[in-house]
Write a protein that binds this ligand. Structure first.
Ligand SMILES: [Cu+2]
Length: 125
């Protein structure tokens, strides 16, 4: 095998490795809500998705989700957390606060009105 073929082969293996890592092994971005003065709070950036995608909160303590929507794209204008009956309009280029007491533990989905953008809320007891 000629040296240039070996380089192409190694490059190809490296690329496959990167693709496998990116789609299958990349750790999901998650963040725990900070608890202060009896309430827990977390900021979520809304821009073609939610960052962090996964939020960890404690059961039974007021949870303030501060959604900072940095776009006007209609896709992200509604925020739904069906399990907690939340259906909120997110003002473009502003922060919208959604507060509620997560009264049950588990993993719950939050998403945009069309179900294209997804996030996960983990409530720990
Ligand atoms: Cu959408």
């Amino acid at each position: 095998m000629s040296p240039d073929k070996i380089i192409v082969l190694i490059g190809g293996i490296g690329l496959i490795g990167f693709i496998v890592w990116y789609f299958l092994m990349r750790p999901e971005e998650k963040e725990e809500a900070r608890t202060e003065e009896g309430a827990q709070e977390i900021k979520i950036l809304v821009e073609r998705g939610y960052a962090p995608e996964t939020i960890i909160a404690k059961k039974g303590i007021l949870l303030k989700l501060m959604f900072e929507r940095k776009e006007e794209d209609s896709c992200s204008e509604r925020l739904l957390i069906p399990e907690f009956k939340i259906n909120q309009f997110l003002t473009p280029n502003a922060v919208t606060e959604i507060s509620f007491v997560p009264d049950k533990a588990g993993e719950f989905e939050f998403r945009c009105g069309m179900g294209m953008l997804h996030g996960k809320l983990i409530v720990k007891s």
